[in-house]
Design a protein around this ligand. Sequence first.
Ligand SMILES: [Zn+2]
Ligand SMILES: [Zn+2]
Length: 160
Amino acid sequence: MVSVYQQKGLDLYPVVESTIKDILKTTAIFKDFFEINPNLYNPLRQQYNAMSIIDQMAKIQEEKSNKRFMLVDVDIYVQGINHVFGLADPVRQTAIVSTHRLEGDKFPERLAKETVHELAHLYGLQHCSIPECVMFFSHTMLNTDHKQSTFCPNCRSKYG
Ligand SMILES: [Zn+2]
Ligand SMILES: [Zn+2]
């Protein structure tokens, strides 16, 4: 089961819920809206540190069996990378996806792909070298638009 949290102002749970049900074959449950701690904003980069948001959210008590998934609309980065579409911390079973750079006609499918990708990391899957596989790492939106929202046969067998 995946607990879903959304940044205040976002209302995308139905897309996330159907993605999780259809592709990951598990249940999503909407838990709460949250406000990102304003101290996590990096004014030099005009972005938020994705790992710091995960730190903030990982403090929320969850049943051990639950995976935590957060949706934000701010631009996020990790140290050493200009920006990321999302980030996952398998140890704390917490993943984040940002809608910030997913805007456009293809928004719902882009959100689905990034949601599946980050959550699959929580199930132990790693990056895949097949550009069509959802576990291919997206450096750019072209990568995201090229890949499918589903696993290649090899990743599918690892997901179970
Ligand atoms: Zn990844
Ligand atoms: Zn794959």
